[in-house]
Design a protein. Sequence first.
Length: 350
Amino acid sequence: MDVSFNHFLQEMAGNPILLITVVLTLGVIFVNGWTDAPNAIATCVTTRCMGVRSAILMSAAFNFLGVFIMTQINSSVATTISNMVDFGGNTHQALIALCAALFSIVVYSTGASFLGIPTSESHSLIAGLSGAAIAIQDGIGGINLGEWVKVLYGLVLSLVLGFVTGWVVCKLVTIVCRHMDRRKTNPFFKAAQIFGAAAMSFMHGAQDGQKFIGVLFLGLAFATGQDGAGGVAIPVWLMLLCSIVMALGTSVGGEKIIKSVGMDMVKLEKYQGFSADLAASFCLLYSSLFGIPVSTTHTKTTAIMGVGAVKRLSAINFGVVKDMVLTWIFTFPGCGLISFIMAKLFMAIF
């Protein structure tokens, strides 16, 4: 399969469905950079280690590096996303179904936002692809259970490993620094938290950027008559395209999300913010290396909960836990059903 940039442009010019698919994917990447990426810097801003604007610009830069560098080191998350569903041998219909899946993500996210239902772009993407695959294959034969089970692992990792790692890291920091003067340790933890926020932004790009690279790669494969994208190296230009769009989305802002994650959930001190960032970064690195797609938002929030639990469980706002559970309850069946209906509709029309 020719994966050069010129060939990509030619395919889009001659295939309106591929063009729409690419536009929708880039739109979702932009929104992801806008809504999800600010979680990476929430603790850094709310503990006043960095100003909002400088933190957002730093996050945009490290999101870019995360997509670009991690995809070259290990692209297993992108591979998992592109292999988790089977759209069948009819590549024209497969591309239509893929377009419907992306359209359903936009519809679901918009509707959920209007109704106040919490969403996750990562989970919406997985649900949308699965619903479209079931529609085109007329059954669960369109789901690659061997790859899809990694999504279930991701749900557990983002909840359990995030909380436990956050608690362990913060507990260790507390033990090591228990006899130190807080006034002397604060400057260190201020610098350390800036490092932690940069690492968290890097891993957000590595995780979420790869998910959408997998979708774009799948669309290009369908447009060129391939029924899958296995065995083909991801081109550098595609990594750059996804990382730039995500970085642009991050640079737009996200002050409301920063306040919600960094202030409303747990009131953090500098050493706690550092512990949460370090713990979440480790969990995302582990998941990325093993090709497990996880929600970066849920990983970060559970790490913050673990940090808060070191002092007392009552320090945690369990309303956030409820929001995460609601996300799982509504997103997979909700977005999956919309994608199924849209795929059937699109295939009938086109």
